[in-house]
Ligand binder design. Sequence first.
Ligand SMILES: Cc1ncc(COP(=O)(O)O)c(C=O)c1O
Length: 440
Amino acid sequence: MTKKVATKAAVKAYTEMTAEELKNELAGLKKEYERYQAMDMRLDMSRGKPCKEQLDLSMGMMDVLSSGSDLRCEDGTDCRNYGVLTGIDEAKELLSDMMENNPNNIIIYGNSSLNVMYDCVSRSYTHGVMGNTPWCKLEKVKWLCPAPGYDRHFAITEYFGFEMITIPMTKDGPDMDMVEKLVSEDPAIKGIWCTPKYSNPQGYSYSDNTVRRFARLKPAAPDFRIYWDNAYGVHHLYDQDQDHLIEILAECKRAGNPDLVYKFASTSKITFPGSGIAAMATSSNNMEDIIKQMKNQTIGHDKVNQLRHVRYFGDICGLMEHMRKQADILRPKFETVEHIFEAELGGLGVGQWTNPKGGYFISFDTLEGCAKTVVALCMKAGVKLTEAGATFPYHKDPRDSNIRIAPTFPPVSDLEKAALLFTLCVKIASAEKLLKEMNA
Ligand SMILES: Cc1ncc(COP(=O)(O)O)c(C=O)c1O
């Protein structure tokens, strides 16, 4: 993943302008901003939701089962009835191909992987991990949070009252020197949030070296687990130019650390976010530990939906073909935003942004101290963005610079307007900041 730094030669960088030049520039920008305000736009780029066309792609899934369908699995299980706690074999096979894990190491859940992550934290809190002291009985629990990251991850660990430690993200993944040091020295650290592929929000994928170092961690806490949320594992934007990860469970096994990882995935952004299927892959020891709790929690998840997914896709090939169609819808949206950023901001020295090859987001870094202003300016002109700071633990971005852009939901025509307004707001906030620094 390359991080684009604005470097176009033809325009003068704001950082090189005199106060007079900046004032003139700002006056023009403000006139333009008024024009946008008069448009009375109402656009939402705040959450990474699939658009209607993406959801429409999966409508065939509604037709694969009907009242006349045989709802039995290959082994004869009637999917309409109770049972099959860890999911039907066919669904395990499909999800195991998607997750690159052995079907015997997969548990199929309900519709949300975030819910499974919450559940893992909750179980560890009340009952402990594999015989270790439940976290609720400990004086302090700490959690590593690579940031910018996914706000709902941070919300879970904040809700449980854990102390969240921010780990800087690089384009190869989290700062592993810091992760290794902290994890090996502090037994109060019980976990780390990871979105290893096409990360939320930067779209970065962990390098081979990063994955190898994760698998070789030597935690001070025996109940430390890596929460490996591979939410965007098959969400490529391009056919050829794709990121690929070393498979973490196998790497942990090779490194003598078989129980170190809980790996999560779901079909939320493959079929329907409200009605997909979620899965976890982990070692047999972890599975045994988890199932002890799970069997008190449910008799089984929605098998009809599992069967529906399997019958619709057939196999992993069908699923990957479906993801190509998703990419055809999403690619122009990402490229629209990236082209506008480059055309409007290239060379101005007022921000940098990522050009992901997959996932759901573009990450934008403004000059220090400008993110909140940019988000507020956009809001006042009718474009809602993810709240500034949301990509950091406790909603506190120490540099007030990161903004998550979610280009998937609006149509391209709306995205064009929203991206143009965004760049205008970045220019205004940057010019005002620079003038303030000059005391002009
Ligand atoms: C990194 C990441 N994990 C998990 C989720 C939610 O997954 P699910 O719908 O399976 O709960 C999202 C949704 O945006 C996400 O970005």
